[in-house]
Design a protein around this ligand. Structure first.
Ligand code: N2P
Length: 347
């Protein structure tokens, strides 16, 4: 069911979901959502429309950098955007998202206490947790039996992966993974460390077929790539379709993140946007989203509504002792360094 529905939403850039049943609420306008690819549950959106009468359009992006560039370029017409924790402070500081007093919303109390006041939005003024997960890599055990327990295998792969590896398409995520591997702090500005990061990525390059965060599951299922950097939920989506795929929990630990629903500055319909934020803090709605995309939400009580298959999946359940390193917003200088590494790598 999931892949088919996913196609409906991602095949075209902008999809209006029509109001179809007489029982649905009266037409209450439109909500324009801009979210990551394969990340918005169609049945959850249908429920939102049925309950509120608000039709939804969806457009997608593949990285925080893309989202930031689009928002900075000017009015986008979006009501809802979904930046990750390490980018939320940048969006706040650049006034690209607006305060909507999430802590005063009726469903706020449903958030797990640990997510009510997040470091990137300490007073819960701007954002609602969307989904959180881990970043690692997946490989096909048919091509290479493994076992694999380190990012060393991803950065310096066995010969059989030559020209077969997929990397993510954004500097922050690619570099963060290497920094975890090196046991170095995020937002690193140490020239020697950055040199080492670039050297590792340059050495990996002959193995890399594509730097692209979109379509990872499809590439792994079709065999176009046989090893790929990936987020946990997308790894689950791929493994369900191809059972020989393994998501790696590296002994070094791995990056973690939370994406957050926020209201764009200049949102055409502020009230509809606020309704959506509140809607996402309902356990059933959050569970619909999690069942579709395979990541944790931050809402208490959503677990009981989850598909049990997902609840028990290895991608959804990191080992107890696995170290998850949540990233955070980098100062401008570090971002500049990351961009420089990225430009050198991609030239
Ligand atoms: C999209 C998942 C995006 C998560 N499929 C990365 N923050």
């Amino acid at each position: 069911m999931r892949p088919l529905l996913a196609l409906c939403l991602s095949a075209s850039a902008l999809v209006a979901l029509p109001l179809s049943h007489a029982a649905q609420a009266a037409d209450a306008g439109v909500l324009h959502i801009f979210n990551w690819t394969d990340y918005t549950a169609p049945d959850m959106i249908k429920k939102f429309t049925a309950e509120t009468g608000i039709r939804v359009t969806l457009d997608t992006y593949d990285s925080n950098e893309t989202l930031l560039a689009k928002m900075k370029a000017g009015t986008t017409g979006y009501d809802i955007v979904v930046p990750s924790n390490d980018f939320v402070p940048i969006f706040i500081q650049q006034k690209l998202i607006q305060p909507v007093d999430v802590a005063d919303m009726p469903n706020f109390h449903n958030l797990e206490p640990r997510w009510q006041h997040r470091a990137w939005d300490p007073d819960a003024k701007y954002t609602v947790p969307w989904q959180w997960g881990t970043t690692s890599f997946v490989y096909d055990t048919k091509v290479y039996p493994g076992p694999v327990d380190s990012f060393a295998t991803f950065l310096n792969p066995p010969a059989v992966f030559k020209g077969q590896v997929g990397q993510l398409g954004s500097p922050s995520e690619v570099i963060d993974m290497v920094l975890v591997y090196l046991h170095k702090p995020y937002c690193n500005q140490d020239p020697a460390t950055l040199k080492q990061v670039l050297a590792l990525l340059e050495a990996q390059k002959p193995f890399v077929k594509v730097y692209n965060s979109d379509g990872i599951a499809d590439r792994m299922v079709s065999g176009e790539t046989t090893m790929h950097a990936v987020w946990s939920g997308d790894a689950e989506r791929a493994r369900v379709q191809k059972s020989t795929l393994r998501y790696v929990y590296a002994k070094e630990g791995g990056p973690g993140w939370m994406d957050n629903v926020a209201v764009a500055t200049g949102a055409p319909d502020l009230e509809n946007a606020k309704k959506f934020l509140n809607f996402m803090m309902d356990p059933k709605n959050a569970a619909m989203e999690t069942s579709y995309s395979g990541y944790e939400n931050g809402v208490t009580g959503s677990g009981q509504f989850l598909d049990p298959k997902l609840g028990n999946s290895p991608e959804f359940n990191p080992p107890k002792d696995y170290k998850i390193y949540f990233n955070y917003a980098c100062p401008a200088k570090a971002t500049k360094d990351y961009d420089r590494i990225w430009t050198l790598l991609r030239k």
